[in-house]
Design a protein. Structure first.
Length: 318
C-alpha cells in the first residue's frame, strides 16, 4: 500500500512539474529535463532531456546550460558536437557554475571543440578549484606538475592534489602518493605514499592496485608478501591494465602464463564532470620504480603506458 501511495504521489508531482514546464517556468523546464535524463518517474529519454534542457538553458538557467553542454559533449539525445558543448559550458561557466568551469577547462586542455590553450585551461580550472571542485583541483594539480599553462611547481601541484584528496578524489590520492614517493613538492615519505596508493587501490583504481602490488613484491614500505603482491596486481590485470599484464609476463614466479593483449586502460589525463558518475581511468604516473616510457608518434612527447591520449598534442594513442 505504501508503494502504491508513493506511486500516486510521484504521478501527481510529475503532472504538476510537466504543467509548470509547459507553462515555461524555467526551473521546471530544467527539472523535467533532468527527470528524463535520469529516468526519474518517467522512462529515460535523452532526446526529451536535451529538449527541455535547451528550453531552460535559453532562459539562462546555469544548470541547464551545463547539462545541455554534456548532451552535446557526449551525444546524449543530440548529435555529438564539441563546439556546441563548449558554447553551453561557457555560458554556465561565466555564471560561476563550477562543474561547467572545470569542463570548459578540459575542452581548452584537450582542444576538443575549441583551439587548445593550456593557459585558458588553467584559468578555468582555478576558478572551479577555488570553489572546492575536486575534479578541477586535481586537474590544476596536473598542470602545475607538468608545467602546462603555468610554470612548473611541484609544491603547488601537491597542494592541489592534497585538497582534492581530502574530498576523497581517487586519482588525487594516487597522484599525491606519487608526490610523497618521489619527494616532489613535499618531503619524501614512502609510508604516506603507500597509504595513499592503498586508498586509491581499494577504490578500484588499476594503476594504484598495480603500484601497491609492486610495493608488496619489493617490500617497499610494506611487509614483503608475494601473496598480497599477486592479489593486487591481479586486480589491475582484470582491468586490462597494461603494466600489470607486462609485469605478470615478466614474473612467472608469481603468475601462471596469461594471454597479453596489451590493452591500455586509461583516458584523457584531465577529468571532466557528468550528470552520472563515471569510473574513468587516467594516465599512470606512479613509480615505486620507474615506469616504461614511450613517445607520441605525432609530436614526440613522452607518454606513459597508461595514456590513452598524448598530453601535449591530444593524439589518441589507442
Amino acid at each position: 500500500m505504501e508503494n502504491l501511495n508513493n506511486e500516486k504521489t510521484n504521478a501527481k508531482a510529475m503532472e504538476r512539474l510537466i504543467a509548470a514546464a509547459e507553462a515555461g517556468e524555467a526551473e521546471a523546464l530544467y527539472c523535467l529535463g533532468f527527470c528524463y535524463f535520469r529516468g526519474d518517474c518517467v522512462e529515460q529519454d535523452y532526446q526529451e532531456a536535451a529538449k527541455w534542457f535547451y528550453k531552460a538553458a535559453e532562459q539562462g538557467i546555469d544548470e541547464a546550460q551545463y547539462c545541455l553542454g554534456l548532451c552535446y559533449d557526449n551525444g546524449y539525445g543530440v548529435e555529438e558536437d564539441k563546439t556546441e558543448a563548449v558554447k553551453w559550458y561557457r555560458l554556465a561557466a561565466e555564471q560561476g557554475y563550477k562543474e561547467a568551469q572545470c569542463n570548459l577547462g578540459v575542452c581548452y586542455y584537450t582542444g576538443q571543440g575549441i583551439e587548445k590553450n593550456y593557459t585558458e585551461a588553467v584559468k578555468w580550472y582555478r576558478l572551479a578549484a577555488e570553489q572546492s571542485d575536486a575534479n578541477a583541483q586535481y586537474n590544476l594539480g596536473t598542470c602545475y606538475e607538468d608545467g602546462y599553462g603555468i610554470e612548473q611547481d611541484y609544491s603547488e601541484a601537491a597542494k592541489w592534489y592534497q585538497l582534492s584528496s581530502e574530498q576523497d578524489f581517487t586519482k588525487a590520492h594516487y597522484r599525491l602518493g606519487i608526490c610523497y614517493d618521489k619527494g616532489h613538492g613535499v618531503e619524501e615519505d614512502k609510508t604516506k605514499a603507500a597509504r595513499l596508493f592503498r586508498i586509491a587501490a581499494e577504490q578500484g583504481y588499476a594503476p594504484a592496485q598495480f603500484i601497491l602490488g609492486k610495493a608488496y613484491y619489493l617490500g617497499n614500505c610494506v611487509v614483503k608478501s608475494n601473496i598480497k603482491a599477486k592479489e593486487w596486481i591481479e586486480k589491475a590485470i582484470k582491468q586490462d591494465y597494461n603494466q600489470a599484464l607486462i609485469f605478470a609476463e615478466e614474473h612467472p614466479d608469481l603468475f601462471s602464463p596469461i594471454q597479453n593483449t596489451y590493452n591500455v586502460s586509461g583516458d584523457v589525463i584531465h577529468d571532466n564532470h557528468g550528470i552520472i558518475a563515471k569510473d574513468d581511468a587516467i594516465v599512470n604516473r606512479a613509480n615505486v620504480s620507474d615506469t616504461e616510457t614511450n613517445f607520441c608518434p605525432q609530436c614526440g612527447q613522452k607518454v606513459d603506458a597508461g595514456d590513452m591520449f598524448c598530453r601535449k598534442c591530444g593524439r589518441k594513442l589507442v
